[in-house]
Design a protein around this ligand. Sequence first.
Ligand SMILES: NC(=O)c1ccc[n+]([C@@H]2O[C@H](COP(=O)([O-])OP(=O)(O)OC[C@H]3O[C@@H](n4cnc5c(N)ncnc54)[C@H](OP(=O)(O)O)[C@@H]3O)[C@@H](O)[C@H]2O)c1
Length: 252
Amino acid sequence: MENLKGRIVLFGATSGIASAVAARLASLGEALILIGRDGAALEAQARALESAHGRKPACLAWDVLDFAGHADRFRQLEAMPAAREGGIQGVFFAAGILFPQDECDRDPDKTRLTIETNLTGPAMILDLFAGHFRRRGSGWISCVSSVAGDRGRGKVLAYAAAKAGLSAYLAGLRHRLVGTGVFVQTVKPGFVRTRMTKGVESRLMAEPEKVAQEIVSALRKRREVLYTPGIWRWIMLIIRWIPSPVFRRMKL
Ligand SMILES: NC(=O)c1ccc[n+]([C@@H]2O[C@H](COP(=O)([O-])OP(=O)(O)OC[C@H]3O[C@@H](n4cnc5c(N)ncnc54)[C@H](OP(=O)(O)O)[C@@H]3O)[C@@H](O)[C@H]2O)c1
């Protein structure tokens, strides 16, 4: 980010967390490309960012679940005038989905959608960005996983399994890209007030603006794994060490 030129791509740009990251980056003068599945929502978001910060982001509609179309969409992105002038400096990936586990229990299709949206799609898409940055010899990938992926969870079984896979994918990508000039960051938020946590009450609930500020700051410092807010680093340290028989009784 520091002194780097080129556009920053936000994938899942309409998400509560990515919207706050987009606003923060735009306020810092960064040029953006917004990607999401809803073209009209992206356009509205781009207009709002333009009126607040004076520069209109470019937009591209792209569905994480369109597996057969990812390569074509990526070529479309590379061909966009916004991406060609100065290139793409990095991608922030935040698309994701969470169903209550009892819905997954009743409908196996929701388990499939959870794994495909939170793991299969992101891995396929980030492979394309990784290849692009690797060929160029520079770039960064920051992807939102979750603290939920740090331990098998009965309450959010499919979601936690997908996020565990995503965290492992990102760690592996980081290893694979050593020495290529490409930086990979894993972001692990705790509870953040967005559409995804509507109806959830927790004293640990954080505002997306705070999380966005920590993400952008961690990107600048090139921190590989970010727990946000920071207290989750210590909470998860304890949670990972709780013996399984005790953890099961906690019904988390
Ligand atoms: N909120 C939390 O407490 C929390 C905690 C830990 C991790 N996270 C993770 O943070 C990320 C952002 O979540 P959020 O809380 O900001 O949630 P959110 O506001 O509900 O946003 C979810 C985003 O994912 C997009 N999306 C879902 N399915 C998609 C698909 N098939 N193709 C393209 N985009 C798709 C949604 O697009 P539409 O706008 O079109 O629906 C939306 O932009 C997610 O990966 C989530 O798992 C959130």
